[in-house]
Design a protein around this ligand. Structure first.
Ligand SMILES: Nc1nc2c(ncn2[C@@H]2O[C@H](COP(=O)(O)OP(=O)(O)OP(=O)(O)O)[C@@H](O)[C@H]2O)c(=O)[nH]1
Ligand SMILES: [Mg+2]
Length: 230
């Protein structure tokens, strides 16, 4: 008797989350703001990858901002702030994922029209964040060479709810006996056709292709409503 009731409450919460996320996505689109949600297990390299992304986008003259979720500490926000971009930390105090209303509250006093890109680093977790839409346009699943090539098979939800994937820490691939072909085959088997960037935050490998992908996705949003042709 208890299970259906729990499921019903969970369905309602997810429905409310999806409504909030949809409204936010609409607002982001009207501003020409591309929003990216980074999801992976703890320690995959999300913050390192994002720091390099923010730095390089700023070098290209882009305006960027970031929100980062963790159970405790503002360590990641402080690391990301080294890029010069505005960054905010959400501490979830035990919750294993970010939800749309947390992001909405955090953005309430930001002038989003100032930014071209907003990145959301989710709480490190391979399962929970996958069910929660944050209003993003691009969901990036990250897999490091140190985690093992079978993660896409064990955690298919991470990959089949994502738009694009990044393999991180490729500079360590040889030391880890990383089987690149097997990892790519495993990703392909759970999410056929998905683009995969092979990257290293340490050497910068693969990051230019990632930035070009983001630029194309942002162009596809079209111009902000306020500057659209009459
Ligand atoms: N060699 C190497 N180490 C990396 C790379 N990216 C991240 N690391 C290291 O991996 C560790 C974890 O990196 P983070 O960027 O903190 O990972 P994260 O996914 O943000 O971790 P959580 O936020 O705790 O989930 C750190 O010691 C990084 O220095 C990389 O490309 N190459
Ligand atoms: Mg992090």
């Amino acid at each position: 008797m208890g299970t259906p009731r729990i499921l019903e409450v969970r369905t309602k919460i997810l429905k409310k989350n999806d409504e909030t996320a949809r409204a936010m996505r609409h607002q982001f689109e009207s501003l020409g703001l591309l929003v990216v949600n980074l999801v992976s297990s703890p320690g995959t390299g999300k913050t390192s990858f994002l720091l390099e992304t923010l730095r390089r986008l700023r070098d290209r003259g882009e305006t960027v901002a970031a929100i980062v979720g963790d159970l405790e500490t503002d360590n990641d926000a402080r690391r990301l702030a080294a890029s010069g971009a505005p960054v905010r930390q959400i501490m979830t105090h035990g919750l294993c994922h970010l939800e749309a209303d947390m992001v909405e509250r955090e953005l309430a006093d930001w002038n989003l029209a100032e930014f071209g890109y907003l990145f959301i680093e989710n709480v490190g977790n391979l399962v929970c964040p996958t069910s929660w839409d944050l209003g993003e346009h691009v969901r990036l699943a990250l897999l490091s060479v140190t985690e093992g090539e079978d993660k896409p098979l064990k955690y298919p939800g991470l990959f089949n709810t994502a738009d694009v994937a990044a393999i991180t820490k490729c500079d360590l691939a040889t030391a880890c006996d990383f089987d690149r072909a097997r990892a790519l085959t495993n990703i392909e088997s759970v999410r056929p056709g998905m683009t995969v960037f092979e990257t290293s935050a340490k050497t910068g490998a693969g990051l230019d292709d990632w930035l070009d992908y983001l630029a194309n996705r942002r162009d596809a949003l079209g111009k902000p409503a306020s500057t659209a042709c009459p």
